[in-house]
Design a protein around this ligand. Structure first.
Ligand SMILES: Cc1cc2nc3c(=O)[nH]c(=O)nc-3n(C[C@H](O)[C@H](O)[C@H](O)COP(=O)(O)OP(=O)(O)OC[C@H]3O[C@@H](n4cnc5c(N)ncnc54)[C@H](O)[C@@H]3O)c2cc1C
Length: 478
């Protein structure tokens, strides 16, 4: 491990993932710590109690406060708002036009297109929210480049482009030649690709913290460092913590991958880890590869690598991470091996940055659903949830907020009629098979991706394991 670290030019906070908060969150807190939100210390009543202060919980509270300004909304967050993946992600606010095939298979062509438009609206809404509330979350909409690094990936791009044509939306995804891709972001590994115009980037922690500020101004009560031990689904619903309870006619569960241990939701997801690394500022290197347009870029591995630039001229690069767990522990935050894997991906794709050190790294859990798409809905009349973003939740959690707010208020809106609201769900196997299977499949997918990228035939066993979820009827893996 020590020799990998030296070879990869990893230094400083990159060597201690999980010991400090994500670089995004540190940057956001340094710019504005925000008002204190002390822990809950007594029992209180509210109209709606929201468990979880990430994007899902925060957007839900925001849309509730717009719909009914007098509503008493309480958020209970075990850490600080944005302390989870909402303040640690890649900041890809991306559309769903690349998901048309899966959406079509699940819901049919018309509903698939409605779902894509709903996500497009979320991308716009996030920018509008920032503008109208003075939230400087570095929002910029420059589109999304898919960069093929293996021949198989070119077929995937062709399929995405064709799917957009078939639903009458040819402008949403366009093919890119090798020189097109390399003109936008030059890497010798890129062989061609596709461009989706629905893609924006944010500094995710600034967005989360900005939302928190706006909610406090709108009268939402937020209790941080307050872990909910149990949610009783009665009427009222009761969120039970060690230091008090919140009783409310409606409850919203917005706890992302932590739902793996919640009895009512645990079989609906598995948790995988995902890690990011961050370079030192190197604006001249970024200019030299022509990546000055602010586009999001990812490759097309099943275990996707995704990368973007920052306002101060760094590259934030995500990928690697093959752990799964029965509960959200250190494997999701402190895994130096996953950092090394992400750094290897960065060094492979960007050889001209060899002299630029990687100075930060962090990780978090992603909530993988059986369809790899999120599900929103209700568990009974007054308890609502959103989960299963599968590592793509920044734009969808805004949509979740609109849906959940409407489920609470009973509004008969376009949003609650979207196909992923209260759609029947497939369950994963019980523990320990769920966590073991998830870890095995994830490692096999990474092995298969890596072999293909190096022009080798994947190991037959890894190939078979990687393809197992599809064989079993899950929409996961190759
Ligand atoms: C490294 C990484 C990179 C990613 N990159 C991208 C990306 O570029 N684009 C994208 O679209 N998505 C990305 N994602 C996924 C994205 O971050 C999530 O889908 C999104 O943030 C989900 O928001 P959320 O509010 O549902 O979850 P979270 O942000 O996880 O919020 C849930 C909150 O619930 C709290 N909580 C849990 N249990 C309890 C409890 N019992 N009591 C009280 N509070 C509790 C947690 O502390 C947490 O703050 C990435 C994820 C990771 C880990």
């Amino acid at each position: 491990m020590a020799s990998s670290v030296a070879k990869l030019n990893l230094e400083g906070d990159a060597l201690t993932p999980g010991e400090q908060r994500s670089w995004w969150l540190r940057e956001a807190l340094a710019s504005d710590r925000g008002a204190e939100c002390p822990p809950l210390q007594k029992s209180v009543s509210a109209d709606v109690v929201i468990v979880g202060g990430g994007f899902t919980g925060l957007w839900t509270a925001y849309y509730l406060s717009l719909a009914i300004p007098s509503l008493g909304v309480v958020i209970l967050e075990q850490d600080i708002c944005g302390g989870g993946p909402s303040g640690r992600n890649g900041g890809f606010v991306s559309g769903w036009w690349d998901e048309l095939d899966s959406l079509h298979a699940l819901y049919g062509p018309k509903s698939a297109v409605r779902a894509c438009h709903a996500i497009s609206q979320s991308i716009t809404s996030i920018g509008d929210f920032c503008n109208s509330n003075g939230v400087d979350a570095w929002y910029g909409k420059a589109g999304y480049v898919y960069a093929a690094t293996a021949p198989q990936h070119l077929d995937l791009c062709g399929r995405m482009v064709q799917a957009a044509h078939e639903v009458g939306a040819p402008d949403e995804i366009r093919p890119l030649s090798e020189s097109d891709v390399r003109a936008r972001c030059d890497s010798p590994a890129f062989k061609g690709g596709a461009f989706m115009r629905d893609g924006a980037s944010v500094q995710p922690a600034r967005l989360a913290r900005g939302l928190r500020r706006v909610l406090l101004e709108r009268g939402v009560r937020i209790y941080e460092s307050t872990r909910v031990d149990r949610l009783d689904h009665g009427r009222p619903a009761t969120a039970v913590t060690s230091s008090g309870e919140v009783r409310a006619p409606h409850a919203v569960i917005a706890i992302n991958a932590w739902a793996t241990t919640w009895p009512s939701l645990s079989r609906r997801l598995v948790a995988w880890s995902s890690y990011m690394v961050l370079t030192a500022p190197a604006p001249e290197h970024i200019a030299a590869i022509g990546w000055t347009g602010g586009e999001l870029v990812s490759d097309l591995r099943t275990s996707v690598r995704y990368f973007r630039t920052t306002r101060d001229g760094r590259i934030a690069f995500g990928g690697g991470g093959g752990r799964a767990g029965t509960s959200i522990g250190d494997a999701f935050t402190h895994d130096i091996r996953a950092v090394v894997e992400a750094a290897e991906g960065f060094r492979l794709l960007f050889p001209t940055f060899a002299d630029v050190p990687i100075v930060d790294a962090w990780g978090g859990p992603i909530d993988v659903s059986p369809t790899h798409l999120p599900a929103f809905g209700s568990l009974g009349p007054n308890v609502h949830y959103a989960l299963g973003y599968t590592g793509n939740g920044v734009a969808p959690s805004n949509l979740a907020g609109r849906v959940l707010a409407d489920l609470v208020t009973g509004a008969d809106s376009e949003e609650v009629r979207l196909p992923m609201v209260n759609s029947p769900s497939r369950a994963f196997p019980p523990q320990p098979f769920r966590a073991l299977g998830a870890a095995m499949v994830r490692r096999a997918i990474i092995a298969k991706d890596t072999a293909e990228e190096r022009g080798r035939r994947p190991n037959p066993l890894a190939n078979a394991i990687a393809r197992l979820p599809r064989k079993l009827g899950y929409m996961l893996g190759p």
